[in-house]
Ligand binder design. Structure first.
Ligand SMILES: [Fe+2]
Length: 365
């Protein structure tokens, strides 16, 4: 046994099939019952405990105890603002904001500058846990920050999806760039239309719907065709109900289909002064039920599959005010995960549900 602090854990908190990163000891802490990496079989563990004195609990390392119980007072967390600062996310969106607010686009909107920025985002993607990025997306944004934050979020989501699709580095960078620039045409729209906290009039909607055309025009010939097509078609839908061109299925390229999912996801989870955020797992449920319409089903399924894997084992704040750990997320009902609170493991319902995810970013410093 090493000298790390051990804590007592009732056997009923463990379950068959669990694999731990640390050893499990008997009640006195003197005998290792199960080495790390082995699958827990409760009946075997109980037999061993009987042999070593009949206790109903085992000893595990502090970190394992906290991971399993989700103890509400003992897990160190940081504020979202602090996470955004430490992860480098804040610096990135501020830099993008400085660029986007410079009206002389010729100075900054060129392939070389955007390649460098896309590389910076790709590097960050390699450094950070995707859930840290998903959490940074949820930070409340002001109307002034909307475009820079949304552009960065969609760039990250495109990069994450590209990785999950097994794309090469060059393709990943291109998709990041498409995300970064997909709404750039909004910089030429009247400010008052973009920031009104109400439903737009028909005329205003018509104006806003032109932004993919403006984005495409701003990029001009110096940008890659795949990037331009993703930018122009990120609001097109496979059923032909999208805009600005109303094209269908096979006419909409892969990059545009990926960007459409990233765009929808970020808008859904975002929080503004006039819109409440939707929890990531609930957005996945909406995507599964095709509530947004006209998206590429294969890409949506891949997105749900990977997001689901990333959120399994994460902590959440429950509607009863206590923390819980996500133990299982049903693929066809991601909004109702199975949560563990201490020895209790049960599926969420309308009375007992997840209120928020809990920030767990740990700095490498
Ligand atoms: Fe858009």
């Amino acid at each position: 046994m090493d000298d790390k602090k051990l804590r007592e854990l009732p056997v009923e908190c463990l379950w068959d099939g669990l694999i731990l990163n640390d050893d499990i000891y008997n009640h006195s802490g003197e005998v290792m019952l199960l080495p790390k990496g082995e699958v827990v079989v409760k009946s075997k563990l109980e037999k061993l405990l009987q042999f070593y004195g009949g206790e109903k609990s085992v000893m595990v390392h502090e970190s394992t105890y906290l991971e399993i119980t989700g103890d509400e007072h003992e897990i160190a967390t940081i504020s979202k603002d602090e996470m955004e600062r430490q992860s480098g996310y804040e610096k990135l969106h501020q830099n993008i904001g400085i660029l986007f607010h410079n009206s002389n686009t010729e100075l900054w909107l060129n392939q070389e500058k955007m390649d460098a920025l896309s590389q910076e985002i790709a590097d960050k993607l390699g450094e950070l846990d995707p859930v840290t990025i998903f959490e940074c997306m949820n930070i409340q944004r002001t109307a002034e920050e909307e475009l820079q934050r949304h552009s960065l979020n969609v760039a990250f989501l495109n990069g994450i999806q590209a990785k999950w699709l097994g794309m090469e580095q060059d393709e990943i960078r291109k998709l990041i760039q498409a995300g970064l620039l997909h709404d750039i045409g909004k910089i030429v729209l009247p400010e008052e239309i973009l920031s009104v906290p109400r439903k737009l009039t028909e005329n205003e909607t018509e104006v806003v719907r032109m932004h993919p055309v403006y984005s495409d025009r701003l990029l001009m010939d110096q940008f890659d065709d795949e990037i331009r097509s993703a930018v122009r078609h990120h609001h097109e839908r496979l059923d032909g109900r999208g805009y600005p061109d109303g094209i269908m299925a096979e006419d909409i390229g892969l990059f545009a289909r990926v960007t459409a999912i990233s765009d929808i996801y970020d808008v859904a989870v975002s929080e503004t002064s006039y819109k409440k955020p939707i929890l990531p797992l609930n957005v996945l449920g909406m995507l599964y039920r095709e509530e947004f319409g006209g998206l590429d089903r294969m890409l949506v399924m891949n997105f749900i599959k990977n997001m689901r894997a990333k959120y399994m084992g994460r902590q959440v704040l429950m509607s009863d005010g206590r923390r819980g750990i996500i133990r299982y997320i049903p693929f066809n009902d991601t909004g109702h995960p199975v949560i563990q609170q201490g020895a209790v493991i049960k599926q969420t319902n309308n009375e007992w549900f997840c209120k928020a995810t809990i920030v767990e970013y740990v700095s490498n410093d």
